[in-house]
Design a protein around this ligand. Sequence first.
Ligand SMILES: Cc1cc2nc3c(=O)[nH]c(=O)nc-3n(C[C@H](O)[C@H](O)[C@H](O)COP(=O)(O)OP(=O)(O)OC[C@H]3O[C@@H](n4cnc5c(N)ncnc54)[C@H](O)[C@@H]3O)c2cc1C
Length: 477
Amino acid sequence: MDGHTDLVVIGAGAAGIFAALAARGVLAPDGTFQPVAPGSETPSVLLLDGQERPGKKILISGGGRCNVTNVRTGVPDYMSGVPNAVRSILREFPPEAVKRFFASRDVPLAKEPMGKVFPHGEGRARDILRALLGAAEEAGVVFRFGHKVETVEPDGDGWRVDDVHARRVIVATGGLSIPSTGSTGFGYGVARAAGHELVPTIPALAPLTSGTTVGLAGMTLPAILSVVDATGREEARAAGSMLFTHRGVSGPVALDISGPYERAIAEGRDVRVLADFWTLCDRTGVYARYLEHTKPPGACLPKPPRPTPPAAFEKTILEMATRGPRRKLGSFLCMRLPRRLVAHLAPSADKILSQLSKEGRREAARAVTAFDLKINGTEGYGKAEVTAGGVSLTELQRRTMESRNAPGLHFCGEVCDVTGRLGGFNFQWAWASGYLAGKGAALAVAAPVADAPADAPTETPAETPADAAPAADDPSQ
Ligand SMILES: Cc1cc2nc3c(=O)[nH]c(=O)nc-3n(C[C@H](O)[C@H](O)[C@H](O)COP(=O)(O)OP(=O)(O)OC[C@H]3O[C@@H](n4cnc5c(N)ncnc54)[C@H](O)[C@@H]3O)c2cc1C
């Protein structure tokens, strides 16, 4: 491979393909695909991927159905150091635009419970990938698949990507999770070499491991999981369906809490994961409708409710004891919880409620509302759906995803320090950040070449036309 191109995009996953489409100018402001206008001066785009058949994460996503986006996408759905930047980037290509894009490529999308959006009817993840690659081909993007990039270096007025000289480079290489999909962490090395200080990476959306769940494997039920520190302060919370596995716990709620758990451990904090099994299982209460969504693949509640305080639960036991003097703890707990779980949680299940000691009530309350799952890790990058950490948004121009350290180098998708919870939020980040990176890089290519050397530090976000809009790109926001 030898030559010159205006733009090189490294990585043909969701973010990279979208960046290539945006750079070729085929994404209308409302998201619909529009063919390249004849005679228009759009930059040449080379899309590289190490895999012969890229887009593997798209194919395996959502159990093969691809949860493309979520109509309720908002900043609280993401872990990131710069929430305001996430907000402004997501606004540039919202879920409605994503839906219009795929509809314009003959893959209509449909909303499902919890705001999740999937291909309509019999549509599958492969239809999503086919639509993306078909659009890129029609847009005139040049593909080179099966080419694993090894070097990215500044080169005169641009960059050298192996043997290709490019005016600009978009790094969309994903993270470290599921290495068989092509994720090797290559983009982190490119960022480091360009002077970026990375947010340390951790596996996220990964099953949790524990030694205490033996005998419960296969059971699914809704739970509220909290990460609490040594003083009992809650650091993070998620609520949704949970699955006991042979190694620990999985299911949406376990995956959602795994990132905050891993982050706390990586930062040296002594944290535990506590489970409340009681609150959500109230078939007559406000969460009754939610119970319909606990079957695999399940889903998480957008606003996790507070766990029932153990003291309040102790009071409930006392109340129940007065109502039914012969009632046993086990039969009371089984009003909401599966018998097998009750047998595991409450050794005094055979005791009559009214005869429970204060300590017995406290033990039962802790077991069902603040059960220590004794989590000792996660299943790591081999099982994690995403990698959290990476290139900080503080070091990128938020209108163009361009590096503040190395002009001409753009980052988008999972390589950035933005991690969504389960439910279509990670692809939404990939589409929106890819769109901005592609559009920003193309506008910069179209602009006259600046006098400053390509690797000079940029203090002037307004140098490139895409950043010349009045609102300043303030990383401190
Ligand atoms: C099992 C699973 C299910 C998921 N389900 C969903 C879901 O339903 N909804 C959702 O929103 N998110 C889901 N995700 C997360 C989602 O897949 C990712 O957030 C998203 O794919 C990230 O896109 P990306 O383009 O940034 O990176 P990737 O999709 O990882 O693409 C990066 C590409 O870069 C290429 N590459 C890397 N290094 C090089 C190199 N040196 N040279 C050339 N090419 C290189 C790789 O081969 C790869 O093709 C799921 C993830 C997994 C693992």
